[in-house]
Design a protein around this ligand. Structure first.
Ligand SMILES: NC(=O)c1ccc[n+]([C@@H]2O[C@H](COP(=O)([O-])OP(=O)(O)OC[C@H]3O[C@@H](n4cnc5c(N)ncnc54)[C@H](OP(=O)(O)O)[C@@H]3O)[C@@H](O)[C@H]2O)c1
Length: 290
């Protein structure tokens, strides 16, 4: 039971000692969240496919980490089931973090394709990376969280076709997007594939929250357009020109990577224990006003 229910309000946002697995952890959003967690006492394992990018990101995360925090990586394709199982086994081992109570899914790909030119193979690759890989990580890390950290509860063996009755403890944060619930106006901008995958993340998040209840909260973050490596070449290189895209929105700018870190800390902390199956939109007001 979180300390806040015992009246210790200083624990509401206290993440120290927690263990986070971050897929897409060498990417724009994933790495910033890893830095935010490590600076607040969370040991982190980051994962994506390119080992050189993971090593570089680990050095940056380590540079801001609080004393005693462990930073490590596991290179794999999050859409490969055997690799996700191997990653989970590494993370919960003593060589990794020795457990996991926070899972962040910040992996993803995005290619703009107009409806008449959609490349079916790439469309399916987007479904696989942006949806199937989240199903796999939530399955293997989410059920590990249910079977462990039981706080003294007895382990209940699985029955085929029946819900997992174990209680466990954990937080899962999936990356949706403003494009989970908003198409792009004035023609859609070639976003049929991306919109489709992000809409699915919204529903996958709600369904996993129902499946992994009651002590594992599953939520999503839905950022607005942000100049991460994913958006290089899709947005103007000039910062003022990029922000001008959003001049009509309440925030009058597009996002910065740091904008998702506050929500990621909230959704990993005891402060959000009654928040589940929800999406937080750090979007400068986009979904409310467009
Ligand atoms: N930037 C935006 O405007 C924006 C807005 C809303 C939502 N989002 C979402 O936010 C999340 C993070 O995006 P980002 O902007 O931070 O993009 P990013 O900088 O390109 O990071 C994406 C990360 O995902 C990894 N990745 C891609 N395919 C993978 C796979 N099959 N297995 C494992 N890792 C894989 C990439 O590394 P490797 O290539 O080395 O595997 C990279 O580290 C994505 O889900 C994205 O759709 C982005």
């Amino acid at each position: 039971m979180p300390k806040i229910y015992d009246g210790d309000l200083t624990k509401m946002f206290d993440l120290s000692g927690k263990k986070a697995m971050i897929f897409g952890g060498a990417g724009g959003f994933g790495e910033k969240i890893a830095e935010g967690y490590a600076a607040n006492g969370v040991s982190v394992c980051i994962s994506s496919r390119r080992e050189d990018a993971l090593k570089e990101a680990c050095a940056k995360i380590q540079a801001v980490a609080a004393p005693g925090v462990k930073v490590c990586y596991f290179a794999c394709d999050a859409g490969d089931e055997a690799a996700v199982i191997a990653c989970r086994d590494f993370v919960v081992s003593a060589e990794g973090l020795g457990g996991c109570d926070i899972l962040v899914n910040a992996q993803g790909i995005n290619k703009k394709m107009w409806s008449w030119e959609i490349d079916t193979a790439y469309f399916e690759a987007m479904l696989h990376t942006n949806i199937t890989s989240l199903m796999l990580t939530c399955k293997y890390f989410g059920n590990w969280m249910k079977d462990n950290n039981l706080d003294g509860d007895e382990f209940v063996p699985y029955e085929p076709g029946q819900p997992n009755l174990n209680k466990g403890y954990g937080k899962i944060i999936n990356f949706g997007s403003v494009r989970s619930i908003r198409a792009v106006k004035n023609g859609g901008g070639g976003n049929v594939p991306y919109n489709t995958t992000k809409g699915a993340v919204e529903m996958l998040t709600k369904a996993y929250a129902a499946d992994l209840r009651p002590n594992i909260q599953v939520n999503a973050i839905g950022p607005t357009i942000t100049y991460t490596p994913m958006m290089v070449g899709k947005l103007p290189p000039d910062e003022a020109a990029r922000n001008a895209i959003a001049k009509d929105l309440p925030a009058m700018r597009i996002g910065y990577e740091i904008d998702v870190v506050g929500p990621a800390i909230f959704l990993a902390a005891a402060a959000s224990d009654m928040v589940t199956a929800a999406t937080i939109y750090p979007d400068g007001g986009l979904v409310a006003t467009s």
